[in-house]
Write a protein that binds this ligand. Structure first.
Ligand SMILES: [Zn+2]
Length: 91
């Protein structure tokens, strides 16, 4: 038969192991989620930059007067028509 001290040590060892396991799991999940957040943030930044460049590069033709202007302009510089709603945006 085991002594009480031995049993106590074993119980403490089990708790220590469980605690270590939990800490490792929490750290691991935090690490994973922070990595995922960074990736998401990067992806968002990339899309924003691409979107801005897209806006600068693409010229849109006004459906009312036929004038061309950068797609980041919300109003036609020639006739003043608000044509933003006619431009299909992905976001
Ligand atoms: Zn116009």
């Amino acid at each position: 038969m085991k002594s009480l001290a031995e049993i106590a040590v074993q119980i403490m060892a089990i708790f220590a192991l469980m605690f270590t396991g939990i800490v490792v799991a929490v750290l691991w999940f935090t690490h994973i989620s922070s990595k995922a957040d960074n990736k998401k943030e990067l992806e968002k930044k990339k899309i924003e930059v691409m979107d801005r460049h897209f806006d600068e590069m693409v010229t849109v033709e006004c459906p009312y007067c036929g004038a061309t202007y950068p797609s980041n302009i919300t109003r036609c510089p020639t006739c003043g028509a608000n044509i933003r709603k006619l431009v299909v945006r992905k976001a």
